[in-house]
Design a protein around this ligand. Sequence first.
Ligand code: 3PG
Length: 306
Amino acid sequence: MKVLLATQKPFSASAVKLIREVVEKAGYEFCTLEKYPAQEDLVKGVADADALIVRSDKVTAEVLENARNLKIVVRAGAGFDNVDLEAATAHGVVVMNTPGQNSNAVAELAIGMMIFMARTQFTPATGSEIQGKKLGIQAFGNVGRLVGAKAKALGMDIMAIDPFLPTEKIVEGGALPAKDLDELYSSCDYVSIHIPATPQTIRSIGYDLITKMPKGATLVNTARKEVIDEEGLMKALTEREDLKYVTDVAPDNYAVLREKFSSRVFATPKKMGAQTGEANVNAGIAAAAQIVDFFVNGNTRFQVNK
Ligand code: 3PG
């Protein structure tokens, strides 16, 4: 039984060592395909793999077609928009994620990004403090709840919305429930986005919502670039010279945005929310353990293509 860890953006060496230990202890072969230059390397690399661990690597229909022995793909992380679920199901391949395992890293980055923008991207210009400001959290899942708790400890007021959670759960998590997105965007100095990229959410945040934000507000995106309507964002930032956008996932029009609004827009050069040693270890080990548990006990608890 061969387990392939295919990561274009590799895990830390110590996380890979621990993943290897879990896999080899179970008696399986462990191989890595890291920093591969082209998608065709992944297509070739999976040919004899029985199990695959990936990060944001693109597990396309072509990859699945070529993976004749593949039984399980585990996305070591939360978002599984990089896996073609329909093709996986058609090939009888189980797809899982490892929810919660890298959430703290992403939540810490969201807080850091808020402070980075509040303090004028670490330039000497006069900034502002986040204490006493209102933070809106769009989706109160693993990451959203952690962002809320950390922001609350820093003295922020928290409002949240989540279409899949009853309002009591939002209150229990320490946030004021927003009745709708209009309320969240129109009443918060910061809005932090934690929704997945799905057909319903892609390009769902655009001009109308962004321009509802109060004077001097900042939109923080550590989710996916696809959830933003980039034209709407551009229009909003052009008309409203007080608004800011900070993101861990550079938009396609970033060069233009940055040129026009350098003091109000910032994107990390590469997605780095989950890029900590701790998150690498947590998500990597969870992925390996889930594979072993699936082969040994048939456990499909974290399956996302049921
Ligand atoms: C996730 O969905 O878990 C995060 O976006 C992390 O993605 P990464 O593993 O590619 O850094």
